[in-house]
Write a protein that binds this ligand. Structure first.
Ligand SMILES: NC(=O)c1ccc[n+]([C@@H]2O[C@H](COP(=O)([O-])OP(=O)(O)OC[C@H]3O[C@@H](n4cnc5c(N)ncnc54)[C@H](OP(=O)(O)O)[C@@H]3O)[C@@H](O)[C@H]2O)c1
Length: 338
Protein backbone atom coordinates (compact mmCIF):
# COMPACT_ATOMS: atom_id res chain seq x y z
CA UNK A 1 0.00 0.00 0.00
CA UNK A 2 1.41 3.41 -0.85
CA UNK A 3 2.17 5.95 1.83
CA UNK A 4 0.06 8.48 -0.07
CA UNK A 5 -3.04 6.29 0.19
CA UNK A 6 -2.49 5.16 3.79
CA UNK A 7 -1.87 8.49 5.51
CA UNK A 8 -4.87 9.10 7.72
CA UNK A 9 -4.97 12.89 7.77
CA UNK A 10 -2.99 14.60 5.07
CA UNK A 11 0.67 15.44 4.67
CA UNK A 12 1.48 17.11 8.01
CA UNK A 13 3.45 14.66 10.12
CA UNK A 14 5.55 15.11 13.24
CA UNK A 15 9.23 14.16 13.37
CA UNK A 16 10.10 12.95 16.85
CA UNK A 17 13.92 12.98 16.88
CA UNK A 18 13.81 15.87 19.40
CA UNK A 19 11.85 13.62 21.80
CA UNK A 20 15.03 11.54 22.10
CA UNK A 21 16.73 14.57 23.73
CA UNK A 22 18.44 15.69 20.55
CA UNK A 23 20.71 18.69 21.29
CA UNK A 24 19.10 19.20 24.72
CA UNK A 25 17.36 17.29 27.45
CA UNK A 26 13.61 17.73 27.66
CA UNK A 27 11.33 16.36 30.36
CA UNK A 28 8.92 13.46 29.85
CA UNK A 29 6.07 15.91 30.44
CA UNK A 30 7.30 18.32 27.76
CA UNK A 31 7.70 15.43 25.31
CA UNK A 32 4.17 14.23 25.98
CA UNK A 33 2.75 17.75 25.76
CA UNK A 34 4.41 18.19 22.35
CA UNK A 35 2.89 14.96 20.98
CA UNK A 36 -0.48 15.95 22.48
CA UNK A 37 -0.26 19.36 20.81
CA UNK A 38 0.48 17.66 17.48
CA UNK A 39 -2.47 15.31 17.93
CA UNK A 40 -4.85 18.10 18.91
CA UNK A 41 -3.76 20.13 15.88
CA UNK A 42 -4.69 17.19 13.65
CA UNK A 43 -1.40 15.33 13.15
CA UNK A 44 -1.91 11.61 12.59
CA UNK A 45 1.50 10.62 11.22
CA UNK A 46 4.52 10.26 13.50
CA UNK A 47 8.09 9.42 12.54
CA UNK A 48 10.52 7.95 15.06
CA UNK A 49 13.60 5.67 15.19
CA UNK A 50 15.54 3.49 17.65
CA UNK A 51 18.48 5.88 17.13
CA UNK A 52 16.66 8.88 18.59
CA UNK A 53 17.99 8.81 22.12
CA UNK A 54 18.64 5.03 22.02
CA UNK A 55 14.92 4.24 22.19
CA UNK A 56 13.83 7.28 24.20
CA UNK A 57 11.83 8.86 21.35
CA UNK A 58 9.99 5.58 20.68
CA UNK A 59 9.21 5.11 24.38
CA UNK A 60 7.93 8.67 24.81
CA UNK A 61 5.96 8.63 21.56
CA UNK A 62 4.40 5.27 22.42
CA UNK A 63 3.34 6.51 25.83
CA UNK A 64 1.82 9.70 24.45
CA UNK A 65 -0.07 7.79 21.75
CA UNK A 66 -1.26 5.05 24.10
CA UNK A 67 -4.35 7.14 24.89
CA UNK A 68 -5.29 7.31 21.18
CA UNK A 69 -7.04 4.66 19.07
CA UNK A 70 -4.40 2.77 17.07
CA UNK A 71 -6.46 2.88 13.84
CA UNK A 72 -6.45 6.66 13.86
CA UNK A 73 -2.75 7.25 13.20
CA UNK A 74 0.19 5.92 11.21
CA UNK A 75 3.64 5.46 12.58
CA UNK A 76 7.04 5.12 10.93
CA UNK A 77 10.15 3.79 12.59
CA UNK A 78 13.55 2.66 11.33
CA UNK A 79 15.79 -0.39 11.22
CA UNK A 80 19.56 -0.72 10.92
CA UNK A 81 20.49 0.05 14.52
CA UNK A 82 19.86 -2.16 17.51
CA UNK A 83 19.58 -0.66 20.96
CA UNK A 84 21.48 -3.02 23.26
CA UNK A 85 20.97 -3.67 26.97
CA UNK A 86 24.66 -2.97 27.50
CA UNK A 87 25.41 0.59 28.59
CA UNK A 88 27.74 3.11 26.98
CA UNK A 89 29.27 6.39 28.11
CA UNK A 90 26.93 8.80 26.31
CA UNK A 91 29.48 11.63 26.61
CA UNK A 92 32.16 9.95 24.57
CA UNK A 93 30.29 8.12 21.82
CA UNK A 94 30.13 9.55 18.33
CA UNK A 95 27.96 8.90 15.29
CA UNK A 96 29.90 9.71 12.15
CA UNK A 97 29.50 13.26 10.89
CA UNK A 98 26.72 13.85 13.40
CA UNK A 99 29.03 13.82 16.42
CA UNK A 100 27.02 13.03 19.51
CA UNK A 101 23.73 14.81 19.11
CA UNK A 102 21.99 12.34 21.43
CA UNK A 103 24.36 12.54 24.39
CA UNK A 104 21.32 13.26 26.60
CA UNK A 105 19.47 10.19 25.34
CA UNK A 106 19.39 6.80 27.08
CA UNK A 107 22.87 5.43 27.81
CA UNK A 108 22.37 2.14 25.94
CA UNK A 109 24.90 1.02 23.36
CA UNK A 110 23.79 1.13 19.75
CA UNK A 111 24.95 -1.43 17.16
CA UNK A 112 24.53 -1.19 13.41
CA UNK A 113 22.81 -4.21 11.90
CA UNK A 114 21.33 -4.33 8.40
CA UNK A 115 21.03 -8.14 8.24
CA UNK A 116 17.74 -10.05 7.96
CA UNK A 117 17.84 -11.19 11.61
CA UNK A 118 18.86 -7.74 12.81
CA UNK A 119 15.97 -6.19 10.87
CA UNK A 120 13.42 -8.54 12.45
CA UNK A 121 14.88 -7.97 15.90
CA UNK A 122 14.87 -4.22 15.43
CA UNK A 123 11.17 -4.26 14.49
CA UNK A 124 10.30 -6.48 17.47
CA UNK A 125 12.21 -4.17 19.82
CA UNK A 126 10.49 -1.09 18.36
CA UNK A 127 7.06 -2.69 18.80
CA UNK A 128 7.88 -3.23 22.48
CA UNK A 129 9.25 0.27 23.08
CA UNK A 130 6.32 1.87 21.26
CA UNK A 131 3.81 -0.44 22.93
CA UNK A 132 1.90 -1.00 19.67
CA UNK A 133 0.93 -4.15 17.79
CA UNK A 134 2.03 -2.91 14.38
CA UNK A 135 4.21 -0.38 12.58
CA UNK A 136 3.00 1.15 9.33
CA UNK A 137 6.18 2.28 7.59
CA UNK A 138 9.72 0.96 8.11
CA UNK A 139 12.71 2.90 6.82
CA UNK A 140 16.24 1.48 6.78
CA UNK A 141 18.16 4.15 8.63
CA UNK A 142 21.27 5.98 7.48
CA UNK A 143 22.66 3.48 5.01
CA UNK A 144 24.98 6.24 3.92
CA UNK A 145 28.37 7.88 4.00
CA UNK A 146 27.53 10.40 6.73
CA UNK A 147 27.43 7.56 9.29
CA UNK A 148 29.60 4.84 7.72
CA UNK A 149 32.27 6.71 5.74
CA UNK A 150 33.41 4.76 2.68
CA UNK A 151 32.18 1.51 4.27
CA UNK A 152 28.62 2.60 3.45
CA UNK A 153 28.74 0.56 0.23
CA UNK A 154 29.44 -2.61 2.25
CA UNK A 155 26.57 -1.73 4.57
CA UNK A 156 24.35 -1.21 1.55
CA UNK A 157 25.32 -4.67 0.30
CA UNK A 158 24.57 -6.15 3.74
CA UNK A 159 21.11 -4.58 3.57
CA UNK A 160 20.60 -5.79 0.01
CA UNK A 161 20.99 -9.38 1.23
CA UNK A 162 19.26 -8.82 4.58
CA UNK A 163 16.93 -5.90 5.26
CA UNK A 164 15.66 -5.36 1.69
CA UNK A 165 14.13 -8.84 1.10
CA UNK A 166 12.82 -9.07 4.67
CA UNK A 167 10.98 -5.75 4.40
CA UNK A 168 9.72 -6.58 0.89
CA UNK A 169 8.21 -9.78 2.32
CA UNK A 170 6.69 -8.06 5.37
CA UNK A 171 5.04 -5.51 3.06
CA UNK A 172 3.78 -8.21 0.67
CA UNK A 173 2.33 -10.13 3.63
CA UNK A 174 0.58 -6.97 4.85
CA UNK A 175 2.52 -6.88 8.15
CA UNK A 176 3.74 -3.36 7.29
CA UNK A 177 2.25 -0.97 4.77
CA UNK A 178 5.38 0.44 3.14
CA UNK A 179 9.13 0.45 3.43
CA UNK A 180 12.20 2.17 2.05
CA UNK A 181 15.14 4.16 3.39
CA UNK A 182 15.41 7.07 5.79
CA UNK A 183 18.56 9.06 5.10
CA UNK A 184 20.19 12.46 4.81
CA UNK A 185 21.95 11.51 1.58
CA UNK A 186 20.57 11.22 -1.95
CA UNK A 187 22.96 8.53 -3.23
CA UNK A 188 21.65 5.42 -1.41
CA UNK A 189 18.09 6.23 -2.45
CA UNK A 190 19.13 6.87 -6.06
CA UNK A 191 20.94 3.53 -6.22
CA UNK A 192 17.99 1.70 -4.71
CA UNK A 193 15.53 3.27 -7.13
CA UNK A 194 17.63 2.09 -10.06
CA UNK A 195 17.68 -1.57 -8.96
CA UNK A 196 15.22 -4.05 -10.53
CA UNK A 197 14.50 -5.47 -7.11
CA UNK A 198 13.53 -4.96 -4.32
CA UNK A 199 10.39 -2.82 -4.59
CA UNK A 200 10.38 -0.15 -1.87
CA UNK A 201 7.37 2.14 -1.86
CA UNK A 202 8.43 5.08 0.28
CA UNK A 203 11.52 7.07 1.23
CA UNK A 204 12.22 9.51 4.03
CA UNK A 205 14.64 12.08 2.65
CA UNK A 206 15.94 14.38 5.38
CA UNK A 207 17.47 17.80 4.82
CA UNK A 208 17.83 17.38 1.07
CA UNK A 209 14.54 18.87 -0.02
CA UNK A 210 14.35 22.14 1.83
CA UNK A 211 14.45 25.74 0.62
CA UNK A 212 18.14 25.79 1.53
CA UNK A 213 19.17 22.52 -0.10
CA UNK A 214 17.33 20.83 -2.95
CA UNK A 215 19.34 20.97 -6.18
CA UNK A 216 20.81 17.48 -6.03
CA UNK A 217 17.51 15.77 -5.09
CA UNK A 218 15.92 17.43 -8.12
CA UNK A 219 18.43 15.88 -10.50
CA UNK A 220 17.83 12.15 -10.11
CA UNK A 221 16.17 11.13 -6.87
CA UNK A 222 12.86 12.92 -7.23
CA UNK A 223 12.34 12.20 -10.96
CA UNK A 224 13.13 8.51 -10.24
CA UNK A 225 10.66 8.51 -7.36
CA UNK A 226 7.91 9.89 -9.61
CA UNK A 227 8.77 7.38 -12.37
CA UNK A 228 8.67 4.44 -9.93
CA UNK A 229 5.64 5.68 -7.94
CA UNK A 230 7.73 5.79 -4.78
CA UNK A 231 6.39 8.29 -2.22
CA UNK A 232 8.80 10.71 -0.57
CA UNK A 233 8.46 12.06 2.96
CA UNK A 234 10.54 15.17 3.61
CA UNK A 235 12.36 15.21 6.95
CA UNK A 236 14.06 18.36 8.25
CA UNK A 237 12.04 20.88 6.18
CA UNK A 238 13.57 23.69 8.27
CA UNK A 239 17.10 22.40 7.63
CA UNK A 240 17.42 21.37 11.31
CA UNK A 241 16.03 24.76 12.37
CA UNK A 242 18.58 26.97 10.51
CA UNK A 243 15.89 28.44 8.28
CA UNK A 244 13.58 29.52 11.07
CA UNK A 245 15.77 30.95 13.81
CA UNK A 246 17.17 27.71 15.24
CA UNK A 247 20.84 27.19 16.07
CA UNK A 248 21.59 24.12 13.91
CA UNK A 249 22.18 23.13 10.31
CA UNK A 250 22.96 19.51 9.47
CA UNK A 251 23.08 18.83 13.23
CA UNK A 252 25.96 21.25 13.74
CA UNK A 253 26.74 24.97 13.73
CA UNK A 254 25.28 27.00 10.87
CA UNK A 255 28.01 27.65 8.25
CA UNK A 256 28.41 31.22 6.97
CA UNK A 257 27.23 30.51 3.42
CA UNK A 258 24.03 28.98 4.82
CA UNK A 259 23.48 31.91 7.19
CA UNK A 260 23.88 34.21 4.18
CA UNK A 261 21.15 32.34 2.23
CA UNK A 262 18.90 32.35 5.28
CA UNK A 263 19.26 36.14 5.46
CA UNK A 264 18.27 36.51 1.81
CA UNK A 265 15.28 34.15 2.06
CA UNK A 266 14.15 35.85 5.27
CA UNK A 267 14.34 39.29 3.64
CA UNK A 268 12.24 38.14 0.68
CA UNK A 269 9.69 36.60 3.04
CA UNK A 270 9.53 39.84 5.00
CA UNK A 271 9.01 41.87 1.83
CA UNK A 272 5.97 39.71 0.92
CA UNK A 273 4.78 39.34 4.56
CA UNK A 274 5.20 35.58 4.38
CA UNK A 275 6.37 33.60 7.44
CA UNK A 276 9.61 31.77 6.57
CA UNK A 277 8.08 28.61 8.04
CA UNK A 278 5.20 28.83 5.57
CA UNK A 279 7.57 29.19 2.63
CA UNK A 280 9.67 26.28 3.94
CA UNK A 281 6.83 23.80 4.39
CA UNK A 282 4.95 24.73 1.24
CA UNK A 283 8.13 24.57 -0.85
CA UNK A 284 8.90 21.02 0.31
CA UNK A 285 5.32 19.90 -0.37
CA UNK A 286 5.16 21.35 -3.87
CA UNK A 287 7.13 18.54 -5.51
CA UNK A 288 4.77 15.89 -6.92
CA UNK A 289 6.86 13.06 -5.38
CA UNK A 290 6.43 14.48 -1.87
CA UNK A 291 3.48 13.10 0.09
CA UNK A 292 4.30 14.27 3.63
CA UNK A 293 6.58 16.46 5.74
CA UNK A 294 7.84 15.71 9.22
CA UNK A 295 9.01 18.92 10.88
CA UNK A 296 10.58 18.29 14.28
CA UNK A 297 9.88 20.17 17.51
CA UNK A 298 10.72 19.81 21.16
CA UNK A 299 8.15 22.30 22.45
CA UNK A 300 4.34 22.19 22.23
CA UNK A 301 4.07 25.80 21.06
CA UNK A 302 5.96 25.00 17.84
CA UNK A 303 3.05 22.88 16.62
CA UNK A 304 0.62 25.79 16.28
CA UNK A 305 3.33 27.70 14.36
CA UNK A 306 3.75 24.72 12.04
CA UNK A 307 0.03 24.54 11.29
CA UNK A 308 -0.26 28.29 10.74
CA UNK A 309 2.62 27.96 8.29
CA UNK A 310 1.01 25.02 6.53
CA UNK A 311 -2.31 26.89 6.13
CA UNK A 312 -0.85 30.32 5.29
CA UNK A 313 -1.97 31.67 1.89
CA UNK A 314 1.24 32.68 0.15
CA UNK A 315 0.85 35.20 -2.69
CA UNK A 316 1.93 34.10 -6.19
CA UNK A 317 4.29 37.09 -6.39
CA UNK A 318 6.39 35.63 -3.59
CA UNK A 319 6.98 32.39 -5.45
CA UNK A 320 7.71 34.25 -8.71
CA UNK A 321 10.30 36.43 -7.03
CA UNK A 322 11.81 33.46 -5.16
CA UNK A 323 12.43 31.78 -8.51
CA UNK A 324 13.52 34.88 -10.46
CA UNK A 325 15.94 35.87 -7.69
CA UNK A 326 17.74 32.52 -8.04
CA UNK A 327 17.17 31.66 -4.38
CA UNK A 328 15.75 28.30 -5.47
CA UNK A 329 16.70 26.08 -8.41
CA UNK A 330 14.94 27.10 -11.61
CA UNK A 331 13.50 23.57 -12.02
CA UNK A 332 12.08 23.32 -8.47
CA UNK A 333 8.28 22.98 -8.69
CA UNK A 334 6.55 25.79 -6.79
CA UNK A 335 2.99 26.01 -5.48
CA UNK A 336 0.72 27.40 -8.16
CA UNK A 337 2.89 26.24 -11.10
CA UNK A 338 0.64 25.26 -13.99
N1 LIG B 1 17.95 9.89 8.49
C1 LIG B 1 16.66 10.15 8.71
O1 LIG B 1 15.77 9.32 8.49
C2 LIG B 1 16.27 11.48 9.29
C3 LIG B 1 17.23 12.47 9.46
C4 LIG B 1 16.83 13.71 9.97
C5 LIG B 1 15.52 13.94 10.30
N2 LIG B 1 14.60 12.94 10.14
C6 LIG B 1 13.18 13.16 10.55
O2 LIG B 1 12.80 14.51 10.27
C7 LIG B 1 12.39 15.13 11.48
C8 LIG B 1 12.67 16.60 11.48
O3 LIG B 1 14.05 16.85 11.42
P1 LIG B 1 14.74 17.87 12.40
O4 LIG B 1 13.99 17.86 13.67
O5 LIG B 1 16.18 17.55 12.39
O6 LIG B 1 14.67 19.26 11.62
P2 LIG B 1 13.59 20.34 11.15
O7 LIG B 1 12.23 19.80 11.16
O8 LIG B 1 14.13 20.92 9.90
O9 LIG B 1 13.75 21.45 12.26
C9 LIG B 1 13.34 21.23 13.59
C10 LIG B 1 14.08 22.20 14.45
O10 LIG B 1 13.63 23.52 14.15
C11 LIG B 1 13.54 24.22 15.36
N3 LIG B 1 12.52 25.27 15.24
C12 LIG B 1 11.25 25.15 14.80
N4 LIG B 1 10.62 26.32 14.88
C13 LIG B 1 11.50 27.21 15.40
C14 LIG B 1 11.43 28.59 15.74
N5 LIG B 1 10.30 29.30 15.56
N6 LIG B 1 12.54 29.17 16.25
C15 LIG B 1 13.68 28.46 16.45
N7 LIG B 1 13.79 27.14 16.16
C16 LIG B 1 12.72 26.52 15.64
C17 LIG B 1 13.08 23.19 16.37
O11 LIG B 1 13.49 23.66 17.63
P3 LIG B 1 12.89 23.19 19.01
O12 LIG B 1 13.58 21.90 19.31
O13 LIG B 1 13.27 24.29 19.93
O14 LIG B 1 11.41 22.98 18.87
C18 LIG B 1 13.84 21.96 15.91
O15 LIG B 1 15.12 21.88 16.53
C19 LIG B 1 13.13 14.36 12.58
O16 LIG B 1 12.54 14.57 13.82
C20 LIG B 1 12.99 12.96 12.05
O17 LIG B 1 11.69 12.48 12.32
C21 LIG B 1 14.95 11.74 9.64
Amino acid sequence: MSIRSSLVAGPMGFGTAPLGNMYRSISDDEAEATVDAAWEAGTRFFDTAPFYGAGLSEIRLGKALSKRPRDEYTIATKTGRLVLDELDDPNTRSFGEKGNIFKDGRPNKIAYDYTADGTMRSIEDSLKRLGVDRIDYVFIHDLAKDFHGDAWIEKFQEAQKGAFPVLDKLRDEGVIKSWGQGTNKVEPIEIMLELDSPRPDGMLLAGRYSLLDHASALQRLLPLAVENSVDVIVGGPYSSGALVGGAHFEYGKIPERIAHNVTKITALCKKHKVPVKAAALQFSLAHPAVVAIVPGASKPERIAEDYEAYDFQIPRDFWSELRSSGLVASDAPLPGDA
